[in-house]
Design a binder for this molecule. Structure first.
Ligand SMILES: [Zn+2]
Length: 74
């Protein structure tokens, strides 16, 4: 059974992404061909605060006037 994950660049949202070696912690590193940004995929993150969905949620709450203490509680 194959599982396919579509990766997008966190900076320019391009799907033109290639593998670019491994980090020290044996996590797959990716390189965006459009803007040359290196990143680790969301599926391999150990710190869930850096997940792209969490960052988008925090930015939405912040724009709508939620304070930083309220966001951290949520
Ligand atoms: Zn990019």
């Amino acid at each position: 059974m194959k599982i396919q994950i579509t990766l997008t660049c966190p900076q320019c949202k391009s799907t033109n992404v290639v593998k670019n070696g491994k980090k020290k912690a044996k996590k797959q590193n990716y390189l965006c061909n459009a803007c040359s940004r290196q990143f680790i995929g969301d599926h391999a993150l150990s710190y869930k605060g850096a997940h792209s969905h969490t960052i988008t949620l925090i930015m939405r709450m912040w724009v709508r006037g939620c304070g930083i203490r309220a966001i951290s509680v949520i």
